[in-house]
Design a protein around this ligand. Structure first.
Ligand code: URA
Length: 187
């Protein structure tokens, strides 16, 4: 079967009312970046700045994440960035399982369209959904596993680093390791 293009998936997603977050969103936050990215980052759900702009990771957490990308020499425009949920949960609460269930098909289609080599979960919520339900971010961050044709790992969510700067050293080592793996991919 022909994969859908990102534009086709975005169009389907744009009027989505599969869960109640469709009613409260200002903008859908579909994802941004290179449609042929070899490296894809998946966060949890849009926050207020993302809801207002329609772009993932543009608030304080996003700015910190950009610093890590810069520090390891990865250009934001070369990768693809999205979230498990495409709409903001009220007061930035954790996504509900039924919201994830309603939305996850869009992420699957995005992954199929982009076909990255490496997927990096930003935080525990994405890791629990994409790696395993009992994922322990403090123990298992930075460890790659293979899922089908994808190499996948998780790093701390940038918001967790803002709350607990002690985790920043681990984040930098994980991002260095990821950038090496990324650069070692065949051109
Ligand atoms: N946190 C996320 O998980 N995703 C965003 O897009 C912004 C903040």
């Amino acid at each position: 079967m022909e994969e859908k293009t990102l534009e086709e998936i975005k169009k389907e997603c744009s009027g989505c009312m599969k869960c109640p977050l469709g009613k409260t969103r200002t903008n859908l936050v579909f994802g941004i970046g290179n449609p042929n990215a070899k490296l894809m980052f998946v966060g949890e759900a849009p926050g207020q700045n993302e809801d207002l702009s329609g772009i993932p990771f543009v608030g304080a957490a996003g700015k910190l994440f950009d610093k890590y990308l810069g520090a390891v020499g990865i250009d934001r425009n070369d990768v693809y960035i999205t979230n498990i949920l495409k709409c903001r949960p009220p007061q930035n609460r954790d996504p509900l399982p039924e919201e994830e269930d309603a939305c996850i098909g869009y992420l699957r289609e995005q992954v199929a369209a982009i076909s990255p080599d490496i997927i990096v979960c930003l935080g525990r919520i994405a890791a629990m959904r994409l790696i395993k339900p009992d994922f322990k971010i403090t123990k298992e961050h930075g460890i790659f596993v293979r899922r089908g044709k994808y190499e996948i790992c998780a790093v701390y969510h940038p918001s967790a680093l803002l709350r607990d700067p002690v985790k920043k050293d681990d984040m930098l080592s994980d991002m260095i390791m990821i950038s090496k793996k990324y650069r070692a991919l065949p051109k």
